[in-house]
Design a protein. Structure first.
Ligand SMILES: Cc1cc2nc3c(=O)[nH]c(=O)nc-3n(C[C@H](O)[C@H](O)[C@H](O)COP(=O)(O)OP(=O)(O)OC[C@H]3O[C@@H](n4cnc5c(N)ncnc54)[C@H](O)[C@@H]3O)c2cc1C
Length: 117
């Protein structure tokens, strides 16, 4: 049985997979702890992802790179020179680790702003 992601509170998600896309970019797949959450969003939306670094929760926005309605969420993150969260994710986040995530948001998406043709 699957549940929809609702509300405006962060949920705890677990990294279930991590793939290297290029020398400075990785994709991570996230699922909820019971793997019963269905991730519904509008293509083009993003989430605010929270990772704990040196005891402090840091949130950054990342666009969703998976398709709507899966039981996982994929994000694709590129290293930013000197950046705290992107470097942490590329270098240190591992499958099995947990993160915090706020529900999908963003008005600039393909449903609310469909292509003209
Ligand atoms: C809607 C949205 C969607 C996004 N989607 C994606 C996505 O899909 N993939 C993706 O990779 N990114 C995405 N981003 C960017 C992402 O949110 C982060 O901004 C990015 O990962 C950098 O975060 P960071 O913590 O690594 O860098 P930060 O630590 O925030 O640093 C950013 C820059 O500022 C510099 N800096 C930090 N502190 C200081 C200081 N005190 N003095 C001087 N310079 C400083 C750093 O060196 C670095 O160059 C998105 C952003 C938005 C707004």
């Amino acid at each position: 049985m699957f549940f929809e992601w609702q509300g405006n509170q962060p949920v705890t998600l677990r990294c279930i997979d991590k793939n290297t896309e290029t020398h400075d970019t990785v994709s991570i797949k996230l699922a909820d702890l019971t793997e019963s959450l269905l991730f519904q969003f509008k293509p083009g939306q993003f989430i605010n992802l929270g990772v704990e670094i040196d005891g402090k929760m840091e949130f950054r926005a990342y666009s969703i790179s998976s398709t709507n309605g899966e039981d996982y969420l994929q994000l694709t993150i590129k290293r930013v020179e000197g950046g705290k969260v992107s470097n942490y994710i590329v270098d240190s986040l591992l499958p099995g680790d947990t993160v915090q995530a706020l529900p999908p948001t963003g008005d600039f998406n393909c449903i609310d702003h469909p292509p003209a043709t």
